[in-house]
Unconditional design. Sequence first.
Length: 344
Amino acid sequence: MRALRPALVVAALSLVLIGCGSQNTAGTSSAAQPSGSGAPAAAGPWQFTNGDGQVVKADKTPTRIIAHAGEAAALMSFGIKPVGIYADESVKTDPNLKDLDLTGIEVLGEEWGKIDVEKAAGLRPDLIVADWWPAEKAHSGLEEGVDEKSKKLKELAPIVGVSQGKSIEDLAKGYEDLAKSLGAKVDSPEIAANKKRFEEAVARFKETVSAKPGLTALGMSPADDKVYVANPEYAPELLDFQKWGLKVINPSKPDADFPYWESLSWENADRYQPDLILWDGRSFKPTSNDEWGTKQPTWFKIKAAKAGAVASWPAYWMHTFGHFATELDKLTEAIKSADENIGD
């Protein structure tokens, strides 16, 4: 999972992701076309700009796609069904996949860093889709620290992905562009409805935040050994919240070797005093705050934790306008209930 420490840097792709003007061919095999798209995928040639700025090209439009969980959900929202997926947790609990029909899709992994590459090879993929992580210079599932066998996935087909950059809105739009390049229609009524729902959710969020101009928030993820404070610079959801007016605190000393977070000892858990804690949603459950207060009493030295001013933050998993609208509405309700004077 993208969280406390899934590693840094991966070597250059074996099937080289190529620079502008160069050529990388990916042959196509018989496979499911974009279901519900109303037309087969374009024949080609095909190209897409990867999150690191490199352009990946193929003589024919890829059709046999293996994708990481959230990226698969994004493609499926446009009617493109991958032949295989790999996730960082059970596909039954992964927030991207748990409500999707995965019939006919081969599950290649349900734990971060573990991908069944032999099974993946049997699917004869002509494209692998996985987010690009700029801090780690790697695609999802291929970061440093994963099983060495899993890294062989990059030998099966070219890899593309949108960068986990400055905005989830941009990320969702990037996967819309990828789906369009693969032959999907991206102007369906359902897609339009989700975009409208997202726009309306953003408007409600902005209105709610503007009514509490003094409210501060802090992204956090407690663990047995330390408390991790999220660095918005590497968290596109938090950057969006800041852009829309929420005062999300930037930690003063992000970890040099993994700048997604500033790690604090439990003795220093109260270095920051927000009015609202945004808890990493991948480990959040309604009882989380009380459980950590019992396990690590210094957790309650954070005034917001003591007051129960805690809301789930959808950390690092969203890829669609529909998911973002749903999660944003939840956070808006939490902000409505928050006291902007707790952290004083």
